[in-house]
Design a protein. Structure first.
Length: 293
């Protein structure tokens, strides 16, 4: 039996991540996390040598996720924006390889916050651009032995890929073995009729998992069916990390982007520490019942 690893997103505390916030690596390790998920908002702030040194000292590993603004939209009408999106994903893959991170994750098919009612013809064109351009980035990532984890987002954050089934279709169209899905319980709570059933439909294609409360607060202080989620991930053959992703309401730009208008816990540390305690109990309970293996 492989022990489940747990990760914390740097977004819980800060934006953007840089040498000024390397102490978050020690904070995550001290809280009991096995991994820290580093968001590459601006590649210029990512000092891989400094990060690797701190990771080694703290005794934890790294994961990488991307931030996909309007100038990194691989489904854009503008060819220069599509090219910039490919270049950015490729840089993220290079950073992941340097850090020993197995995945680059995120909603890399479009720009976060891009929502519009468009014609069927226009939507088909966006899908074409997304699948073709992500295939290019997947080929680059494969050379680095990195996988791309595509994240469906809820309807308020994207109009392109909202559900597991849509995500599976995009993965199929990309057609690369190193491409799969990042499933996030926050988004699934909005878009899926049943989170466990949706997870099972993604069997064999889940390469990353965000274990988030329905309100982005503390996992476990919510209405999500965590034991059933754990069992469905086991049924789907997923044995990768469980990462807590949340956002800091004091960072106004990010808070506005994710519609975070109030604190969701007594502190950002509480989201990480209390959430980790809950998730470990979920896994322990499932293991005790003989359902996670």
């Amino acid at each position: 039996m492989t022990a489940t690893k747990f990760g914390a997103s740097t977004f819980i505390w800060t934006s953007p991540f840089s040498n000024d916030t390397l102490d978050l690596i020690d904070k995550a390790a001290g809280a009991g996390f096995d991994l820290i998920e580093i968001c590459v908002e601006d590649p210029a702030t990512i000092d891989t040598k400094a990060i690797k040194k701190r990771l080694l000292h703290a005794g934890i590993g790294a994961l990488v996720c991307g931030a996909f603004g309007p100038d990194r939209d691989v489904s854009s009408d503008d060819p220069s924006i599509r090219a910039n999106g490919i270049d950015y994903i490729n840089i993220c893959s290079d950073i992941a390889a340097e850090l020993g991170a197995p995945t680059v994750a995120g909603p890399m098919y479009s720009a976060t916050g891009k929502t519009a009612a468009v014609s069927a013809e226009k939507r088909a064109e966006q899908w074409k651009w997304a699948s073709e351009n992500l295939a290019f980035s997947a080929d680059h990532a494969a050379k680095q032995r990195v996988r791309l984890a595509i994240e469906p987002l809820n309807r308020f954050e994207t109009d392109l890929v909202n559900t597991v089934d849509q995500g599976m279709e995009l993965v199929r169209r990309i057609g690369r073995d190193n491409v799969g899905l990042l499933l996030d319980t926050f988004h699934m709570n909005i878009e899926e009729h049943s989170i466990p059933d949706a997870i099972r439909r993604a069997a064999g294609k889940i390469v990353h998992f965000h274990s988030c409360a329905n309100d982005r607060g503390i996992p476990g202080k919510d209405h999500l069916p965590w034991p059933e989620i754990a069992n469905s991930l086991s049924d789907a053959g997923y044995d990768g990390p469980w990462v807590i992703e949340a956002f800091n309401p004091e960072i106004t730009e990010i808070a506005k982007a994710v519609s975070l208008w109030r604190p969701l816990a007594r502190s950002q540390d509480a989201i990480a520490i209390d959430g980790l305690q809950h998730l470990k109990l979920v896994i322990l309970g499932a293991n005790t019942a003989g359902e996670i293996h």
